[in-house]
Write a protein that binds this ligand. Structure first.
Ligand SMILES: *Cc1c(COP(=O)(O)O)cnc(C)c1O
Length: 303
């Protein structure tokens, strides 16, 4: 009951000037057309568990542009689960056919429950969950962003023995599940750098709950003002990166991470001779939705 996966290759990124470091990007975005990058890794063992326990329905949570919502909807369709998405924002009820992520999820058969931002905050509370069970019957619950111990187990498979020679592993951080898996499977000689995609001091603590090692660090200088906040410098960088290396990045996670990696290289953060592996965690389904917003505001689009 596992996806057919494409190989996730380490693609070299040849910097225009010699900066004394080597940079590779692990193309996890290429492993599956819809359940891409870390969202596949995070779902894998959860889907196995849900099947084993004979659940027929998956229920999860997310915002209007969530890569996780898109991934769960697609995985449900592929493996024969009903899917329910509890979506933040009642107003989105009217936007299912214009919001690219929700439209895709709906086409995969996902049923939506739209809740107010206030109610959404209570989504981990017992009464909130038991009300959902009254409404929908039994379901396998996957938390927002997909992070739980089985998700971290899946993310421990991102690095392989071939990656042992890298000194730095870099990845974007949302809930911290992916970076936790990377830390757990890293070598003691490696340093794992998480680039936070949002403002939040809570991340450090969240990650500490899932990992024993100390060879990691969260970098908070490249969130661009917060979750899903972007500016023209970031969009220009993403477009330039794509034209230079033929690798698309998303504006919410991988674009910010790569912007940070380039900036740190420029500033001499990495010692001479460092070998850096940046993880492309996917998220490209979100580009179309972001472009709709940028277009409305008459701003530079992501190519
Ligand atoms: C969800 C997501 C992340 C963040 O992963 P966490 O495990 O929540 O930290 C990073 N990159 C992409 C592309 C994502 O979709």
């Amino acid at each position: 009951m596992i996806f057919e996966l494409e190989n996730s290759i380490n693609q070299p990124v040849f910097l225009s000037k010699n900066k004394g470091v080597e940079l590779f990007i692990k193309r996890e975005d290429r492993i599956h057309p819809f359940v891409s990058g870390n969202k596949y890794r995070k779902l894998k063992y959860n889907l196995i568990e849900a099947k084993k326990k004979d659940f027929k329905t998956l229920l999860t949570f997310g915002g209007a542009y969530s890569n996780h919502i898109a991934a769960v909807a697609s995985a449900g369709k592929t493996f024969g689960f009903k899917t329910i998405g509890v979506i933040r924002g009642e107003e989105l009820n009217d936007k299912v056919n214009t919001n690219t992520t929700l439209k895709f999820a709906k086409e995969c058969g996902m049923h939506f429950k739209f809740v107010s931002r206030e109610d959404y905050r209570n989504k981990t509370e017992k009464t909130f969950i038991s009300n959902l069970e009254k409404e929908y019957g039994a379901f396998y619950l996957i938390p927002e962003g997909g992070t739980n111990p089985l998700a971290i187990k899946g993310c421990e498979e991102i690095l392989t023995d071939d990656d042992n020679g890298f000194d730095y592993i870099c990845a974007a951080v949302g809930t911290g599940g992916t970076i936790s898996g990377l830390i757990n499977c890293s070598k003691p000689s490696q340093q794992v750098l998480g680039f936070s995609a949002l403002k939040g001091e809570f991340l450090q603590q969240d990650i500490s709950k899932f990992v024993m090692k100390t060879n990691w660090k969260i970098i908070t200088d490249y969130h661009f003002g917060g979750y899903a906040k972007i500016n023209e410098a970031l969009v220009s960088f993403i477009n330039q990166f794509k034209s230079d290396f033929e690798i698309p990045l998303d504006p919410i996670y991988t674009g910010k991470m790569m912007f940070g990696v380039f900036d740190l290289i420029e500033k001499g953060f990495f010692p001479n001779g460092s070998r850096i592996l940046a993880i492309h965690t996917g998220g490209l389904q979100g580009v179309a939705g972001m472009n709709v917003i940028l277009k409305k505001k008459n701003l530079l689009l992501i190519e």
